[in-house]
Design a protein around this ligand. Structure first.
Ligand SMILES: C[S@@+](CC[C@H](N)C(=O)[O-])C[C@H]1O[C@@H](n2cnc3c(N)ncnc32)[C@H](O)[C@@H]1O
Length: 397
């Protein structure tokens, strides 16, 4: 990936580019970051890049010409031009993932009062890093670049960002390191148990708990109960205290993970989504009696939507792993590992999600994975034959 940052203050980026993970990513050629001083493109005698606003008002406004020309000097067909502005769409982890797949990004850092409105016409996107106003776009450019670069294949251990806050709309779980006991504060026993399944379960639960405490908006789940303990919205019914409604029985049906909740003499059966299959939702308590303490009931059409979203996310991760394997050096091992993962993903989707997705969606997704596998194998074969040829060439010399 290549990133060009158009700025009047390139020196601001020297610390950013010469330390830690960003420096390593640059040194290892995972990313190229250039700063372009658009003052160098000013055509007037004094290299002036701003002027007073038409119609009066305070502050100086960046002029079109230096920025248009600076963009022209670096733009190609594959570039995405991003204007940094407090008026833009708010930046998010989702956006970071999206941008990390681009080949070439051009960031325009505004300064002073702002920029000539016509500059917007050469931009593909306008991004803000939050609802506050900074003196210039340099810090936003660094914030966005940092969050993108760490997502590039091979920059950091991919597991560490797959669990990061905001993936799956959940915050990260708590972490501990040595010593086990610090001033009387102990590391939770489960983390010392060596039981990976239990640890994963604990972490998943913590992610959910922390998110509902710190950022309930992420779960779209801040619930105010009415008298019966039920809160309705278009797709979901939340029941926070099942004791308040008369649940006579909760049964798990043949479909894996789907629960039916029988209310008042089995008048109505409601489908309940199992938490095991779809992250972000929780069914607590035993499924055999009415001693549940938290249930989320979801409309079936909504279940389909969520299932699709989750499966697509998993396919995205697989695509990411394919890319990683293509750039990896331990060739055979990473190839067979990622092909194994693709097979496992297919099996998992069929066994876990088939009932939710419907046959048409399931078919499309499996075809999509098969297509990805074929493309990957083709690319890998090509890569191998290229390296073999290079090898032979070298030996001949
Ligand atoms: C002082 S600001 C201009 C603010 C402008 N008058 C407005 O209210 O929209 C100068 C430059 O800093 C950058 N900037 C300031 N706050 C930002 C934010 N929250 N996100 C992204 N860029 C920001 C933009 O490039 C902007 O052109």
């Amino acid at each position: 990936m290549k990133i060009d940052i158009l700025t009047l203050f390139p020196n601001m980026f020297s610390g950013f580019m010469n330390e830690s993970i960003i420096k390593r990513a640059i040194d290892e050629k995972k990313v190229t970051i250039n700063t372009v001083n658009f003052r160098d493109y000013a055509k007037n005698k004094h290299k002036k890049v701003d002027d007073t606003p038409y119609g009066g008002g305070s502050g100086m406004v960046l002029m079109c010409q230096p920025i248009f020309d600076a963009v022209d000097s670096v733009r190609t067909e594959k570039s995405k031009v991003v204007l940094l502005s407090p008026q833009g769409k708010k930046f998010s982890q989702k956006k970071a993932y999206e941008l990390s797949k681009e080949e070439h990004l051009i960031f325009i850092c505004g300064h002073y009062e702002g920029f000539d409105e016509r500059i917007r016409s050469i931009c593909d996107e306008e991004i803000s890093i939050g609802d506050y106003v900074l003196t210039g776009g340099e810090l936003p450019a660094m914030v966005i670049t940092d969050s993108i670069v760490r997502l590039l294949p091979g920059v950091i251990d991919e597991q560490s960002h797959l669990n990061d806050s905001f993936n799956d709309n959940l915050l990260d779980y708590p972490t501990y390191t040595k010593p086990r006991n610090y001033k009387g504060m102990q590391v939770p026993e489960v983390l010392l148990s060596g039981d990976h399944e239990k640890i994963k379960e604990w972490r998943d639960e913590k992610r959910l708990k922390i998110t509902s405490e710190k950022r309930p908006d992420l779960l779209n789940k801040k619930v105010k109960l009415n008298k019966s303990g039920i809160k309705k919205n278009k797709n979901k019914i939340y029941i926070d205290d099942v004791k308040n409604i008369k649940v006579t029985e909760v049964k798990q049906t043949k479909k894996t993970g789907v629960y039916k909740l029988f209310k008042d003499d089995a008048i109505r059966a409601i489908t309940v989504l199992s938490p095991k299959n779809i992250t972000g939702y929780k069914l607590k308590g035993k499924s055999s009696s009415n001693n549940l303490n938290k249930i989320l009931i979801v409309k079936e059409s909504f279940v389909k939507k969520i299932a699709l979203k989750n499966v697509r996310k998993k396919v995205d991760i697989l695509t990411y792993r394919f890319n990683l394997a293509l750039s990896s050096e331990d060739d055979d091992e990473s190839t067979s590992r990622v092909l194994g993962e693709a097979e496992m993903l297919k099996q998992m989707i069929i066994s876990t999600y088939a009932n939710y997705l419907g046959s048409e969606n399931l078919d499309k997704i499996i075809k999509n994975i098969n297509y990805l596998v074929n493309e990957f194998v083709k690319a890998k074969t090509l890569q191998n034959s290229f390296f073999t040829k290079q090898d032979q060439e070298q030996r001949r010399r």
